[in-house]
Write a protein that binds this ligand. Structure first.
Ligand SMILES: [Zn+2]
Length: 419
């Protein structure tokens, strides 16, 4: 199993200079290769292959000796591979077109091998032995070993180093993200609930465990920091380009962004940890978050709440304890279906928080009902999967759907439900 560990680095001034040179080389080669890709496409209408721009490297190192002197060669190989990935992600619709890298943005370089843990430090090729702060001691081994390592929050992590990414934030902090291959399972096996989760704006997550509903409200980090951010951004925009005070404000703005994203991640980690500890299976709606963010009115609060990140956190935490995340189709009418009798109402505008089913007269809390429907639908999908333990859960028959209504009601659901 793979595990990512992030540690803060404290390079000396000399090491900072060496890092700046490596960042510079990686950035220069990225921009060079990206430019070559764009030109090649303009001339031939075809994309440039990874092997082609990788093969530029020997010649480039002859023309620009600093490329060889200042930067570990495997780092440049990684740049080529990452550019290729960026292109693939773009072509498959997962990401925007790759961008040129600028000096004042976040900097990073990747080492596929040869970084070592030496006591409290990381030994990095071309940089030296850099002081690091580990939150849990790291015990690195050279070959796989048998038996489960001790688990718990303070016990060491045993693993083999895979790749190490060194980065520098716009606020001049240095980090190393270390990918480890670890033996066994460090997660806890407690909790075997099946949870259905409806994600929203007013409440971040509405969780139904089959018996009762729990609401987790959304901490509106961005709102709290928004005024502060707007003020600093305004001042930043007024400064003369290239001036010292503009650089100062660039850092201030980056600091506020950093604070927002730290507290958001903290919330998402804590909530996902809590839910995963309780459960074995979690069912969520497959959100086309990208599509939603395109809607300008909604974009700020949606990016703020970080649903996509939350689902990722749930997914990898569940995998660690061999649990499962089930995503159900995003056009499933979770809000408008009566969780009791399966009746689907034609319309349920967003201001309606409570409603009565016209068919069986059950009264519903909008969100709790949706979370319960998501849970039921997930169990139905899992039970079709075959041989799954949740089959024993019972009561998981799909509510009857009315013929001919499907398409229309599902579509309007997608438009109304997420505001
Ligand atoms: Zn009903």
């Amino acid at each position: 199993m793979l595990k990512a560990v992030k540690v803060r680095l404290y390079p000396t001034t000399e090491q900072e200079i060496a890092l700046a040179k490596s960042f510079g080389c990686a950035r220069w080669y990225w921009n060079y290769a990206l430019n070559a890709c764009i030109q090649h496409y303009q001339e031939t209408g075809k994309s440039l292959k990874l092997s082609v721009y990788k093969a530029y490297l020997p010649q480039l190192k002859l023309e620009h000796p600093w490329l060889k002197e200042d930067c570990y060669s495997a780092v440049l190989q990684c740049v080529a591979i990452n550019l290729n990935k960026a292109y693939t992600n773009f072509f498959e619709g997962r990401a925007k077109f790759p961008r040129f890298k600028a000096k004042h943005h976040k900097q990073s370089i990747q080492y596929p091998q040869n970084v070592k843990v030496v006591g409290d430090c990381l030994e990095i090729p071309k940089i030296g032995i850099v002081k690091a702060v580990f939150h849990r001691p790291l015990r690195v081994r050279q070959s796989p070993r048998s038996g489960n390592p001790p688990s718990g929050l303070d016990s060491p992590i045993f693993g083999k180093l895979k790749t190490v990414t060194i980065s520098k934030t716009p606020t001049d902090k240095y980090f190393a993200s270390i990918l480890l291959e670890i033996d066994g399972d460090t997660g806890q096996h407690s909790g075997d609930k099946t949870l259905g989760i409806d994600l929203g704006i007013k409440d971040f997550a509405i969780v139904h465990d089959g018996k009762e509903v729990t609401k987790h409200s959304n901490p509106k980090h961005l709102k709290r920091h928004e005024k502060n951010l707007a003020r600093k951004q305004k001042k930043f925009a007024r400064k003369v380009k290239g001036s010292n005070s503009r650089n100062k404000y660039r850092k201030l703005v980056a600091l506020v962004h950093e604070r927002v994203s730290n507290s958001r991640q903290d919330f998402l980690h804590k909530l996902s940890r809590k839910l995963v500890d309780e459960s074995q299976i979690i069912i969520v709606e497959n959100l086309n978050v990208k599509g939603l963010v395109r809607n300008r009115k909604l974009s700020k609060s949606i990016s703020d709440v970080g649903w996509g990140m939350f689902i990722n956190f749930l997914d990898y935490k569940l995998k660690r304890k061999e649990g499962r995340l089930v995503e159900i189709g995003r056009f499933f009418p979770s809000s408008k279906t009566c969780s009791c009798c399966g009746h689907v109402v034609d319309e349920l505008t967003l201001d309606i928080r409570e409603w009565n089913c016209p068919s069986c007269f059950t009264s519903h809390d909008r969100d709790g009902n949706a979370a319960l429907n998501i849970r039921k639908e997930g169990i139905r999908i899992l039970s079709m999967d075959g041989g799954n333990p949740v089959l024993a859960d019972g009561g998981c028959v799909r509510p009857p759907t009315r013929k001919g209504k499907g398409q229309r009601s599902m579509k309007s659901e997608a438009h109304t439900d997420r505001r």
